[in-house]
Design a protein around this ligand. Structure first.
Ligand SMILES: N[C@@H](CCC(=O)N[C@@H](CS)C(=O)NCC(=O)O)C(=O)O
Length: 267
């Protein structure tokens, strides 16, 4: 049996799959795709996933894309060390979280990461012209690429950027509410819901935005993150794959943006 994962250190959805693999104690082989260097556009990788995004799982030659689909597949193919709850209702609750992550939180995370961090790096390195930028990501489509350009040029002032950050923050509040009666997001046990949210809260921490839950703002989220980080699976899923240089860059960039984020959210 072979499990191969195409992934990247700063990708939240790839971290989700690494976390699920670790929790299910499944050994896997790494294929590192440096999406910051454009390796996702390599024709060999595009043949695996025409959307040119990580993660991609290959199980005994079968290709599976989409991080949540991959985690569900792992659960069904390898039922031991379950990450989904046993009852239909709790499974539905988990899926409400994973759907929200896929549909709303992940796009908000892309916007936030660009306006808080990537823009500073790209502008420092020289963003080039709009036409060059468009040509660099033809597969994304003109509309998505134009939006990204605005994130880079205008940061939090870009159309829709502030709303994405408010949406992100609203998920922290939803988590705070859900954690009212339990240590974990669904039911009494750690589950796929926690696996799905962990990369997104951890991303905020990586961007030096811990002020969103610290100093008593969202104490249950703070405690939940500490519990997630205390799991032996956290380091191999998250820390070991984020290159130190990138971690430093994200933290430094994030610190620069914190005053603006803070004032936007009234923290
Ligand atoms: N819905 C997809 C999203 C995949 C995705 O957006 N991957 C990002 C990293 S988190 C990526 O590979 N981006 C490449 C790029 O920006 O060109 C999933 O959950 O797997």
């Amino acid at each position: 049996m072979t499990l191969e994962l195409y992934h990247h250190g700063s990708s939240a959805c790839a971290a989700k799959v690494r976390f699920a693999l670790a929790e299910k104690r499944l050994p896997w082989t790494s294929h590192y795709v440096d999406i910051l260097k454009g390796e996702q556009f390599d024709p060999k990788f595009v043949a695996l996933n025409p959307k040119a995004v990580v993660p991609v799982l290959v199980h005994d030659g079968a290709v599976i894309v989409e991080s949540t689909v991959i985690c569900e597949y792992l659960e069904e193919a390898f039922p031991a060390h379950a990450i989904y709850p046993a009852t239909p209702l709790e499974r539905a609750r988990v899926r409400e979280w994973t759907k929200a992550v896929d549909e709303e939180l992940h796009p908000a995370c892309s916007a936030l990461t660009y306006v808080v961090s990537h823009r500073h790096t790209i502008l420092r390195n020289g963003a080039g012209s709009f036409e060059e930028f468009l040509a660099g990501g033809v597969r994304e489509g003109r509309a998505a690429r134009t939006l990204k350009w605005q994130w880079i040029q205008l940061g939090l002032e870009a159309p829709g950027a502030a709303e994405k950050i408010q949406l992100y923050d609203s998920y922290l509040h939803k988590m705070e509410h859900a954690l009212g009666g339990s240590d974990w997001l669904v039911g009494a046990r750690f589950s796929m819901a926690d696996i799905a949210l962990a990369p997104y809260v951890n991303r905020l921490a990586a961007l030096a935005l811990e002020g969103l839950w610290e100093r008593g703002r969202l104490p249950r989220v703070a405690d939940w993150l500490a519990r997630v980080r205390a799991r032996p699976t956290f380091r191999p899923a998250f820390v070991d794959w984020l290159p130190a240089e990138l971690a430093d860059e994200m933290r430094t960039n994030g610190e620069r943006s914190w005053p603006a984020v803070r004032s936007l959210l009234g923290v």
